[in-house]
Write a protein that binds this ligand. Structure first.
Ligand SMILES: [Zn+2]
Length: 430
């Protein structure tokens, strides 16, 4: 059965911010909460593990571990899964996080689609739905459709694994995290939409709303290419260009939560006008549209390309996978267009690496489908343009989750909140 206990999203820690009241005096309740979180996090990374091993790795005494583990078992977050067979001594009961502790729903509103997944607590995807929309339908109709799909996801999750633990919505725009309001989404043409308030009318669970790049960065950190890395730069190139910064294991997004808008850094002061209103933003140089523009310009100039035939000379039939296919066949137009995009990507990434000194750069989004052609060019630019002390400590990799990066990040967002403060989320079961 689904939880029907309402908790204001303000009662939940934002995934990337520690509430001011977190810094209270170190009373017993706080110590217990920290220890619960410590055990949950160790179970996430080290399970299956025994109580004795948990005590050893966390530094907590065995009595404390035993008491807290029993509490987590009672609240369904943890389960016993059998006995270990040590070389000496008594067999010990092994523990892990309970996959059926509840389910998480995660949604991405893209520029042309809505994607919703539902996962158990492992987190395994147990339900998935994606459908396109026409922006001309208008924001009201599109949001209504999103609500309907979320309800389908919840119905499916409820029948599979217990209570709903939380919902995350990722949007390609700037979000006021204190209110969950979409401030501006240039590629949707939407402004000032109180997404979280709209959701609160229908869903009485923790709700998280954030920029898709921030969310995807957390997803790669938790479940993807950046697992085990705490200082990560995530770049997502598709319809728009964005990303996120993971700092010390948490998403860093600036004082009002709208940072990491990399796509709107000015890289060409005399360049094209961007949808944000400024001129020469990085996004005008690097996006799916910019790639298509380079291809089409050459075809129109009379250069021979198999893409003309593959698309029936229809520009709207051009896709990134088609360009990749053409490039693999040695098509010069496709290869040149990818080279130009890769160069612009590399120049911007090099600047960000110099500014942020990450240990890992993860490249995702639709353009990462062309990673085999873009990555060598990016690497060359980064090699040339970053300070050697930055470059030496850094690796550049492709994202793991591809087009699911945002929704997997949405799952990570709820997951991180639960692991940070299992007590608060546990109130849902009261
Ligand atoms: Zn811009």
């Amino acid at each position: 059965m689904c939880s029907d206990v309402w908790l204001s999203s303000k009662q939940f820690p934002k995934p990337n911010m520690i509430p001011v009241n977190h810094y209270r005096t170190g009373d017993q309740a706080l110590v217990r909460e920290i220890n619960l979180s410590l055990i949950m996090n160790h179970l996430r990374t080290n399970a299956p593990i025994s109580r004795a091993a948990l005590a050893e790795t966390t530094g907590l005494n065995k009595t404390t571990v035993s008491s807290l583990v029993n509490e987590l078992i009672e609240r369904q977050f943890v389960q016993e899964i059998g006995l270990a067979s040590p070389s000496s001594g008594r067999p010990a009961t092994l523990l892990k996080l309970n996959p059926t502790a509840g389910f998480i729903v995660s949604c991405e509103i893209g520029t042309y689609f809505i994607l919703v997944i539902c996962t158990d607590f492992s987190p395994k995807v147990i339900w998935r739905h994606q459908e396109p929309f026409d922006l001309e339908l208008g924001q009201h109709a599109i949001i209504e459709r999103m609500l309907a799909i979320l309800n389908q996801a919840i119905e499916s999750g409820c029948s599979a694994c217990g209570p709903l633990l939380g919902i995350t919505i990722g949007i390609p725009g700037l979000v006021d995290q204190s209110t969950g309001t979409l401030l501006f989404a240039p590629n949707l043409g939407w402004k000032d939409i109180p997404i979280r308030a709209i959701l609160q009318e229908s869903f009485k669970v923790p709700l998280f709303v954030d920029n898709e790049g921030n969310i995807a960065a957390l997803g790669e950190h938790y479940f993807g290419a950046a697992e085990g890395y705490d200082e990560v730069l995530y770049i997502s190139a598709g319809v728009g260009l964005g990303g996120g910064i993971v700092h010390n294991g948490h998403v860093f997004s600036g004082v009002t939560g709208v940072g990491a808008e990399f796509g709107h850094m000015t890289l060409d002061p005399d360049g094209e006008i961007c949808k944000c209103g400024n001129q020469g933003c990085w996004e005008t140089q690097v996006s799916q549209q910019a790639l298509f523009r380079h291809v089409w310009r050459r075809i129109n100039q009379g250069e021979v390309s198999r893409l003309a035939e593959m698309t029936g000379r229809r520009r709207d039939a051009l896709t990134v996978p088609l360009i990749v296919e053409a490039a693999r066949a040695g098509d010069a137009v496709a290869l040149t267009a990818l080279e130009i995009i890769g160069r612009h990507l590399g120049i911007g990434i090099a600047s960000l690496v110099n500014a942020l000194n990450p240990e890992l750069v993860v490249f995702g989004g639709i353009l990462s489908l062309a990673g085999e052609f873009l990555m060598p060019v990016i690497e060359k630019e980064v090699e040339q343009r970053t300070l050697k002390w930055n470059r030496g400590a850094m690796r550049l990799v492709l994202a793991k989750h591809g087009s699911d990066a945002c929704v997997m990040g949405g799952v990570a967002t709820v997951y991180q909140a639960i692991l940070a403060q299992p007590d608060i989320v546990g109130a849902l079961f009261a």
